[in-house]
Structure formats: structure tokens, C-alpha cells
Design a protein around this ligand. Structure first.
Ligand SMILES: CC[C@@H](C(=O)O)C(=O)SCCNC(=O)CCNC(=O)[C@H](O)C(C)(C)COP(=O)(O)OP(=O)(O)OC[C@H]1O[C@@H](n2cnc3c(N)ncnc32)[C@H](O)[C@@H]1OP(=O)(O)O
Length: 320
């Protein structure tokens, strides 16, 4: 089965003339691993700047689907522009099975094409976030963890690169691969009882879902070494102290509502404006200066003088 993905690399309706090196950069932003079978260079389509990449994952998908259990569920609210992804395997403390890894990829694919979205909450069912890879799945793929690793690197990179402001909402445990998933979001909110542990060292492995690469960027080299080499399970104070989390919620109740309120506070702009801001930040983080400034200018052009901008300026000028 060919996976066809259409990913908005740029804001729609822009007259883009980019050179191949920038195209390579931006392509790598979304499909960082040539090795995962990018069959051919993306075909470039007209006005909406949608890039069609065909990535063949059939073998990996079929392998992972052999390990059932649980689900990863997506709910999109077109009124608020906020989507929720719920890791749903409560009987196993939301451990993520092979099938759930495929579910997660399908959620990310759908969100890549959700043009009415501006925010995302990643959370777990029934007062726990995720206890990591399902140990049943892990036991069955000990002979070939590389395909899972490659797949989850790809999925979590695309999750991180979504043109949405994303929040990991952690209640209860986020352990192992579950702790890695929270690094694939822009922000991390936790409840007072949350516990976060990159406990891979206790299984004599390192991270497998891309967590180290993002953790070094988020908390720095030395703190990452401390967290990974000790396998410490952090309570809220320690997680906040090392800079891993952005907010500790007031209590352990109605965490999803608290999370949505926080997220709406942090993406006050329109859908278009919020998406442009996230894409500008991604470009600033991933591209060299020239390419990033080029991307920033093109994104700026895509909103300057639009209806929302004109209305806001006119409102301001009436008051001045
Ligand atoms: C790349 C990393 C990735 C990988 O290698 O693929 C990993 O993340 S490996 C997994 C790393 N995670 C763990 O080792 C955590 C294991 N779980 C625990 O330590 C504890 O369950 C807990 C999360 C601290 C919760 O403890 P507690 O509240 O005491 O509940 P139980 O231990 O009784 O668990 C309830 C129930 O859930 C099952 N469970 C929990 N975690 C997993 C898991 N990761 N995989 C499969 N099953 C899991 C546990 O076995 C219990 O089931 P029953 O015994 O049938 O009731």
C-alpha cells in the first residue's frame, strides 16, 4: 500500500519560487529520513503548495499491526480549532502497542491536512499519560526494533512539525517511550500527581522514539544526560526545575478542560495567524539563516494585508 501524504509545507496561495537547497531543507523538515523509502522527489502541485510525498511503509505498518491492543483516538473541534489525541489503553496504563503506533501516524496524517486547526492536545485516558511501549509488543520485536524506531522517529518528527501549537497534557505516568512522546509537543502541562521518567536505562536501552534529540534541544546536554543515565522518575517539582514542563495544573481534576483553557490562552490568534507563527518558528529552528528569513518573508506576505490584518489595523486606527 502506498502512503500518499499531502503536507502543507507553506501557507496556501503563495507565489513561491524556491531553490532546490531550500526545497531539500523544507522537505527534510517533514520527511527527515530518506531511508524510510521516499520513492521519489516530491511532486510540486500548483497554488496550494502541497507536496505529494509517497512514502512506502507497508512492511513496517503490517509488522506493527501484528501487535494489537488499545487505540490512539483523534477528536477535532472545528469551532475552537483545537484537536485532542488520546492514548487509549487504560488496562495497560496506556502502554502503546504496535497497532497504536500506526493509529498515531494516522492521527498525525489527518492533522497535517486539517486546515481549520490551530492547537493540539496530546493526552492519555483515565488519569495516566502513557507507560511507554507495550512490553508485549517489545518482547515480540526484540529481533528487529529498528523498523519501529525508524517509524516512531518519523511519526514524532511530523507530530512536532505540525502547524499547530501542541501541548502534552500529562496526568499520572509518562514513562519510557511515553516520556519521549511529550518531547514531541511544543509545551508540556502536568497535574500535581504526574510522574515523568525516561527509564530506558533500566531496560538497558536508550530512547527509541526520538526523545533524546528533542530533549537536548529542550533542556540542554547536561540535564539530558542526567535524566537519561539515571532513569530517574521525576515528580512535578523536579520536572519543572529542570525545565521539562511549562506549567503545573491547579489540581488533578478536569485536566482536559484546564489544558484547553491554557492552550486557547496561548494561541489567541486566528487559525491562519497561529499556523503562520508556528511555521515561522519551525523554520527558525530547523533552517539556516538565509533559508529561514526567506521562509519568514513568504509567510509574512501570506498574512500581510489580508482581511483580518486590515480589520485589526482599521480598529486600532479608530482608537488612536
Ligand atoms: C523506546 C522505549 C519503549 C520501547 O522499548 O519500546 C518503551 O517505552 S519500553 C516500556 C517502558 N515502560 C515500562 O517499563 C513501564 C512499565 N510499567 C510500570 O512500571 C507500571 O505499570 C507503572 C506504569 C509504574 C504503573 O504501576 P501500577 O500503578 O502499579 O500499575 P501496574 O504495574 O499494576 O500496571 C497495571 C497493568 O498495566 C500493565 N502495564 C503497565 N505498563 C505496561 C507496559 N509498558 N506494557 C504492557 N503492560 C503494561 C501491567 O502489566 C498491569 O497489567 P496486569 O498485570 O495485567 O494488571
Amino acid at each position: 500500500m502506498m502512503f500518499r501524504k499531502s503536507v502543507y509545507l507553506f501557507s496556501p496561495l503563495m507565489d513561491l519560487k524556491i531553490d532546490r537547497s531550500t526545497e531539500d531543507f523544507l522537505l527534510r523538515l517533514y520527511y527527515p529520513y530518506d531511508g524510510v523509502g521516499l520513492k521519489r522527489r516530491p511532486k510540486y502541485h500548483g497554488l496550494t503548495k502541497t507536496w505529494q510525498c509517497s512514502c512506502t511503509y507497508s512492511k513496517i505498518i503490517e509488522q506493527l499491526r501484528q501487535h494489537p491492543g488499545g487505540s490512539v483516538d483523534l477528536l477535532k473541534d472545528n469551532n475552537t480549532g483545537i484537536a485532542t489525541i488520546t492514548i487509549n489503553n487504560p488496562e495497560k496504563k496506556n502502554a502503546i502497542s504496535g497497532k497504536m503506533m500506526v493509529d498515531l501516524e494516522e492521527c498525525v496524517s489527518e492533522l497535517e491536512n486539517w486546515v481549520d486547526g490551530k492547537g493540539l492536545i496530546l493526552t492519555g485516558k483515565d488519569k495516566t499519560f502513557c507507560s511507554g511501549g507495550d512490553l508485549g509488543t517489545v518482547r515480540n520485536i526484540l529481533s528487529n526494533g529498528d523498523d519501529m524506531c525508524k517509524f516512531m522517529h518519523h511519526v514524532t518528527t511530523r507530530l512536532y512539525n505540525l502547524p499547530l501549537i501542541s501541548v502534552a497534557l500529562v496526568d499520572g505516568y509518562a514513562l519510557g517511550g511515553g516520556a519521549e512522546l511529550i518531547t514531541a509537543c511544543d509545551f508540556r502541562l502536568i497535574t500535581p500527581r504526574a510522574k515523568i521518567g525516561f527509564i530506558h536505562v533500566k531496560l538497558n536501552i536508550g530512547t527509541g522514539f526520538g526523545g533524546t534529540t528533542r530533549l537536548v534541544q529542550q533542556i540542554g546536554r547536561i540535564k539530558t544526560l542526567q535524566v537519561l543515565s539515571s532513569g530517574m522518575v521525576m515528580n512535578t517539582d523536579l520536572a519543572k526545575k529542570i525545565g521539562l514542563v511549562d506549567e503545573i495544573l491547579d489540581n488533578n481534576e478536569n485536566t482536559l478542560e484546564q489544558g484547553k483553557t491554557w492552550l486557547l490562552e496561548h494561541c489567541k490568534g486566528s487559525v491562519t495567524t497561529t499556523r503562520v507563527i508556528k511555521q515561522m518558528v519551525l523554520a527558525g529552528e530547523k533552517l539556516d539563516t538565509d533559508a529561514s528569513l526567506l521562509e519568514e518573508r513568504k509567510l509574512f506576505k501570506s498574512v500581510w494585508g489580508n482581511k483580518l490584518h486590515a480589520a485589526a489595523v482599521s480598529k486600532k486606527s479608530k482608537h488612536s
